[in-house]
Ligand binder design. Structure first.
Ligand SMILES: Cc1cc2nc3c(=O)[nH]c(=O)nc-3n(C[C@H](O)[C@H](O)[C@H](O)COP(=O)(O)OP(=O)(O)OC[C@H]3O[C@@H](n4cnc5c(N)ncnc54)[C@H](O)[C@@H]3O)c2cc1C
Length: 292
């Protein structure tokens, strides 16, 4: 296996164009190095991209644009601002501090694990991905990008350059809740992100709900979002929302938890997330934040 040194985005794209699917971009390496050691991947050429300054910036000008190489540590410290707390919360749970120091947002997206922590909060912020090859750029919604477990629509000659997020709104709140066996260095048994925007009458005007570890890819649950939109929060409504979430997901039994346990977690997470979103939006809510 060769390592192809690059110092600019153009050089990285040239390397990917030259070697195609035999080349593997290497960002923080926290997934790649583990997969190499387990012989799960066997690229001919590694293309370390971690020095590409262009991919390491955060722009907050109206909406937010996050470079693919921005680390979980930077995100966990709140680099995106108060409208994107779910992303900071998710980044804060990606492994321990060592993983967060080098692991990147782009790596978490392109690795496309069903349990990837940043994907649910990115989905609730309508993330749009900028993919670039030596032939040009294209933009793809995150939902469309994710095809299956570790499968994406990234072409072998493309780099993920940046992630665009919808601008924050007044009277909105977002949150990411993760259940794992330990609070750190543990992938999610279930991860749930929610973002609610309220109108002046405390009615939900826009809802987004997305989950990790309950299907082959992290996914948005539109049926649950539709139930919330146009309504005030109450316990009965949230029971219906939980039922819609459970209807749209297909958790599996694995080493970390049974499918039954995962399903049992969902109603409490939905209720708690709605309560946190309301509080963060400054809306009075009869919904308790504690697990029920
Ligand atoms: C101890 C440990 C604990 C972990 N805990 C968690 C956890 O709790 N939650 C969680 O979600 N993840 C966890 N992970 C997984 C991993 O840390 C994250 O997925 C991380 O975000 C990967 O980023 P990276 O920069 O290290 O990616 P890399 O390993 O460098 O790359 C990952 C994949 O993305 C591709 N890639 C990377 N950047 C780009 C780009 N810009 N364009 C195109 N392709 C690209 C690579 O080719 C590779 O296929 C853990 C890993 C370890 C080792």
């Amino acid at each position: 296996m060769k390592v192809r040194r690059v110092t600019t985005t153009e050089q990285a794209l040239e390397a990917l164009a030259e070697h195609g699917s035999a080349a593997q971009p290497l960002a923080g390496g926290t997934d790649v190095m583990v997969q190499l050691s387990r012989n799960e991947i066997s690229p001919d050429v590694l293309v370390p991209i971690n020095d590409l300054a262009e991919l390491s910036t955060v722009e907050t000008n109206g909406g937010v644009r996050v470079g693919a190489l921005v680390t979980h540590e930077t995100l966990a410290k709140g680099a995106l601002g108060s409208g994107y707390r779910s992303i900071a919360e998710a980044a804060h749970t990606v492994g321990g501090w060592q993983t967060q120091a080098v692991g990147t947002l782009g790596g978490n997206i392109c690795n496309a694990s069903p349990a990837a922590d940043t994907l649910p909060p990115l989905l609730v912020h309508d993330a749009e991905l900028e993919l670039r090859s030596s032939g040009g750029s294209r933009t793809l919604g995150l939902e469309e990008f994710l095809v299956g477990r570790r499968q994406t629509r990234r072409a072998p000659d493309e780099l993920l350059v940046s992630v665009g997020l919808t601008p924050g709104a007044p009277r909105s709140g977002d949150v990411y809740l993760k259940v794992g066996r330990r609070s750190a260095v543990e992938v999610a048994i279930v991860g749930l992100a929610m973002r609610l925007v309220f109108d002046r009458n405390e009615i939900v005007s826009k809802a987004r709900i997305a989950l990790a570890s309950v299907a082959a890819v992290p996914l948005r649950v539109r049926a649950a979002e539709t139930l919330l939109e146009g309504e005030a929060l109450d316990g009965h409504l949230l029971d219906e929302v939980s039922a819609a979430v459970l209807g749209a997901t297909s958790p599996i039994d694995d080493l970390r938890a049974s499918a039954t346990y995962r399903r049992l977690l969902v109603p409490g997470l939905v209720r708690r997330a709605a309560g946190v979103c309301a509080r963060r939006a400054g809306v009075s809510s009869p919904v308790e934040e504690a697990y029920q």
